[in-house]
Design a protein around this ligand. Structure first.
Ligand code: PRP
Ligand code: URA
Length: 220
């Protein structure tokens, strides 16, 4: 199979698929069926950091006066809304655990959801979100945006809790999932490392990387 294209639709404003070689290289290693649990987990954490770098590109800063050992001057510091990282369990957990090291003051929420293997419908089993989520910029994490059912349900949970600013960080996405999220929530920006061709009969991303949760936790 030839290498898949990673070209985001330029007409879709709310979609970012960074083409950085480091990101693409690490994602290719994640795809490799020979990559074991330890390395897969490490790669998922590293890819999440690179995605966060892109997803947080528009965070506000304001100048603050600081003194270096040499001089006093104004330097940019983060300002604006505080952040919340929200993981869709299980697989999104590794992403929030990695990204919180970049933004240690962020609050972290969890939405428990799994996809029924027969119906491919999301089944929600848990939700614990920051009480002040309406005042925060929310970064929702899930490595796989496949049918989009889980992401749409999770975004619905966030909106019901009052969230108004939501970005979805995924490692792999397909056009079906992107469309489903944007049809339901056009305001939600998606940041993904790659856009694959589509889904197979079992709802798995092709060529994809397999079952993200199983590969992170070694459960298969
Ligand atoms: C995976 C993945 C997403 C979902 C994507 O989770 O992490 O949450 O599937 O599929 P969708 O876009 O078609 O909804 P899974 O159901 O395997 O749960 P797990 O993370 O607990 O293993
Ligand atoms: N969930 C996964 O973990 N992998 C896929 O390819 C699709 C959904």
């Amino acid at each position: 199979m030839p290498p898949e294209k990673h070209v985001p639709d330029p007409a879709t404003r709310k979609l970012t698929a960074p083409q950085h070689p480091l990101l693409q290289h690490k994602l290719s290693l994640m795809r490799d069926v020979q990559t074991g649990v330890k390395e897969f987990r490490e790669l998922a954490a590293e890819v999440s950091l690179l995605l966060a770098y892109e997803a947080m590109r528009d965070l506000e800063t304001e100048p603050q006066t600081l003194s270096t050992p040499i001089a006093t001057a104004q330097f940019p510091m983060l300002s604006g809304k505080k952040l919340a990282l929200v993981a869709i369990l299980r697989a999104g957990l590794i992403m929030t655990e990695s990204v919180v090291r970049l933004v240690p003051a962020a609050k972290v929420g969890h939405i428990g959801m799994y996809r029924d293997p027969e119906t491919l419908q999301p089944v929600a089993y848990y939700s614990k979100l920051p009480a002040d989520i309406s005042e925060r910029r929310v970064f929702l994490t899930d490595p796989m945006l496949a049918t989009g059912g889980s992401a749409v349900a999770a975004i619905g949970t966030l909106k019901a809790a009052g969230a108004v600013s939501i970005k979805l960080m995924s490692i792999l996405a397909v056009p079906e999932g992107i469309k489903r999220v944007h049809d339901a929530y056009p305001d939600v920006e998606i940041v993904t490392a790659a856009i694959d061709a589509g889904l197979n009969d079992h709802g798995y991303i092709v060529p994809g990387l397999g079952d993200a949760g199983d590969r992170i936790y070694g459960t298969k």
